[in-house]
Design a binder for this molecule. Structure first.
Ligand code: TXA
Ligand code: MG
Length: 349
């Protein structure tokens, strides 16, 4: 359902809220990505979310709230650390991990004794939560293993026929999922990087740890603290190879390898940036070159990333070479998602 911003939209939110209260599923816009919402306090609703996404049920869901007072009944306690973070970044693209209260069903938290809570800033998300009158459990509204959705059309592509309603709020502003921070220990730890970067968090809190699997491939001895981060994720169907090195070497390598693969009959693509777009001239060779945005504004790259990963599939590309990006504030999140999309296939030149 398309939101017009008119007062008549209130009827839509009432309808959507009622669907959620009664155990149904509604996809909705947030400032990060689209969410697939159900009643977070109802075990059966959480079961439906896992089924609709095809998601393993050991992968916990985030509870979305609209007001601070909704947090208290969901958690055992609110550490001082969390208070500081909430004052600074809520409502917004930050999820905190707390000890779970008995009110939150184990089905929602994938059997864990902790619970993830986020207060989104998107007005439609907030209106929906208030209309539902319950915390909304919402993973990203994509089929499990596919890139997260940043438009209602993407949600439709993945979930049409599996859920009761899609609220269309236009393209997501940020385009990457929230920063997840565990505040249950003595030191805060980033479990998933997002729009709120390490430097901002350090400025507020001092020392901040980062789960090592944010940077390297998890394995049996190195398990991510956010269970969802162990799955192959954000992945287009094509094989993606990240190429790392000095700019000219990267461009030369990609020009050579992509042209050779296209010659060999593969459907090949290149992911680059506005700055390097002009360098990828393949002449007659049918190589599809896509820019993710400009390096001078990382937000543009974050905004376009999932959309572009989906485009690789739409165009039926088999092999894609991608440039990498600096691990700065937002760059940490961009590279975390890109490494996963590439299945950690990285070539150093
Ligand atoms: O921006 C976002 O966070 C979006 C929008 C819709 O709010 N939601 C989102 O949800 O990205 P999802 O389910 O796609 O990712 C949630 C991540 C998963 O990796 C999950 O394992 C982790 O959060 N998570 C949830 N509860 C957790 C917990 N109690 N402890 C550790 N990790 C948790
Ligand atoms: Mg997800």
């Amino acid at each position: 359902m398309r939101l017009s911003g008119e007062p008549s939209d209130m009827a839509i939110f009432e309808q959507a809220g009622a669907i959620i209260r009664q155990g149904g599923l509604v996809a909705f816009p947030t400032e990060t990505v689209y969410g697939l919402g159900g009643n977070g306090l109802n075990a059966a609703s959480s079961g439906k979310i896992y089924a609709a996404k095809g998601r393993p049920s050991d992968n916990p869901l985030i509870l979305h709230i609209a007001e601070r007072r909704e947090l208290t009944p969901l958690v055992e306690n609110v550490p001082e650390l969390a208070e500081k973070l909430m004052d600074a970044f809520w409502p917004g693209p930050m999820t905190l991990i707390f000890r779970r209260s008995a009110l939150v069903p184990k089905e929602t938290t994938g059997g864990l004794d902790t619970v993830a809570v986020r207060m989104p800033s998107h007005p439609a998300a907030r209106k929906l939560i208030l209309a539902a009158g319950v915390p909304i459990a919402a993973p990203s509204a994509n089929l499990s293993g596919r890139p997260s959705t940043t438009t209602a059309a993407h949600v439709w592509e993945d979930l049409a026929g599996r859920i009761e309603m899609i609220l269309d709020g236009g393209p997501s502003d940020i385009g990457l999922e929230s920063t997840i921070i565990d505040v249950t220990g003595p030191q805060p730890m980033i479990l998933r990087p997002g729009y709120i970067g390490l430097e901002h968090l350090q400025a507020l809190l001092g020392e901040v740890a980062v789960d090592p699997t944010v940077f390297v491939k998890p394995d049996a001895s190195l398990r991510p603290k956010a269970p969802g981060m162990k799955y192959r994720h954000y992945a287009p169907k094509s094989d993606v190879i990240l190429v790392e090195g000095r700019t000219e070497q990267v461009t030369d390598y990609i020009l050579r390898e992509a042209a050779a693969a296209a010659q060999a009959g593969k459907r090949v693509g290149v992911l680059c940036c506005d700055e390097s777009l002009g360098a990828y001239d393949f002449g007659e060779a049918p190589v599809r070159v896509l820019s993710l945005g400009t390096r001078s504004r990382e937000e543009s790259i974050a905004h376009n990333l999932f959309d572009t990963l989906r485009e690789l599939d739409t165009e039926g590309l088999e092999l894609v070479y991608s440039e990498v990006f600096a691990e700065g504030e937002l760059g940490m999140a961009i590279m975390n998602r890109l490494r996963k999309a590439a299945g950690y296939h990285i070539v150093k030149v």
